[in-house]
Design a protein around this ligand. Structure first.
Ligand code: FES
Length: 71
């Protein structure tokens, strides 16, 4: 689904950016130009960013648990 129509940014683009290290709307603005035109997408982009950060955190915890159970 598109998040930022002005810059053709999708939810998937934001999840990928988070996987590549983005952690804030400023990062997304720099990397993807989210919310740099009309700004109407800002709230939705923030929601998607937080979902992506939660998902990335859950993956990290899962990896930690895997390592803990192996050790
Ligand atoms: S919809 Fe994102 S800047 Fe316009």
């Amino acid at each position: 689904m598109y998040v930022c129509i002005c810059n053709n940014v999708t939810e998937s683009d934001i999840h990928q950016a988070v996987n590549d290290g983005a952690y804030s709307l400023d990062c997304l603005a720099r990397e993807l130009a989210v919310s740099t035109c009309c700004g109407q997408c800002r709230c939705f982009a923030d929601d998607v960013l937080h979902d992506a950060l939660r998902a990335a955190g859950a993956r990290e915890q899962g990896r930690g648990a895997e390592h803990a159970s192996v050790a």
